[in-house]
Design a binder for this molecule. Structure first.
Ligand code: HEC
Length: 141
């Protein structure tokens, strides 16, 4: 009798590896999508000094050549499209540095969405003090 009781711990140990693990593998969370809101936050940190708080060229600093950075709220044609903005912001232009050295591709896309929304011609325009919307109209993509 005593011997069969003593078998129990051994049986448990033997079958323990077959016991289903209570912890299920958690899938990695998806990275957050680029948003106008994130673009606005980044703009006010990295771009405002040169392009102005409203993106209209009211710069706080001038370029070494005494010129102000161009306004970003009246870009025309392809200059106002998100893919083009991503290219210019990422690679830099003239006296503007290449932001891809300090920003992730998603952050650059958010910035492009925000700059596109600065244009009053944009149906996504939110005004400089408004609440940016998520959508980007087809003509700005
Ligand atoms: C050091 C000042 C400076 C900062 C900071 C800066 N820019 Fe610029 N940016 C410039 C200058 C100068 C130009 C014009 C370059 C040229 O055409 O020679 C420019 C051009 C641009 C253009 C192209 C406009 C056009 O005419 O097509 C975009 C878009 C732009 N900047 C976006 C940004 C964004 C977004 C940020 C923040 C991540 C930023 N800039 C930060 C100085 C700056």
């Amino acid at each position: 009798m005593m011997r069969s009781w003593a078998m129990w711990p051994l049986l448990v140990l033997l079958f323990w590896p077959l016991h289903p693990s209570p912890r299920k593998p958690v899938p990695a969370p998806l990275p957050p999508p680029p948003t106008v809101q994130e673009g606005a936050r980044l703009y006010h940190r990295a771009c405002l000094s040169c392009h102005g708080p409203r993106g209209n060229g009211e710069a706080f600093v001038l370029m070494p050549n005494g010129q102000a950075a161009p306004r970003l709220d009246q870009l025309q044609g392809t200059a106002k499209t998100v893919p083009h903005l991503m290219q210019v912001i990422g690679e830099g232009r003239g006296l503007m540095p290449a932001w891809r050295t300090v920003m992730t591709p998603r952050e650059i896309q958010s910035l492009a969405l925000y700059v596109a929304s600065l244009n009053p011609a944009s149906p996504a325009w939110h005004g400089w003090a408004g609440h940016p919307r998520h959508s980007t109209p087809a003509s700005f993509r």
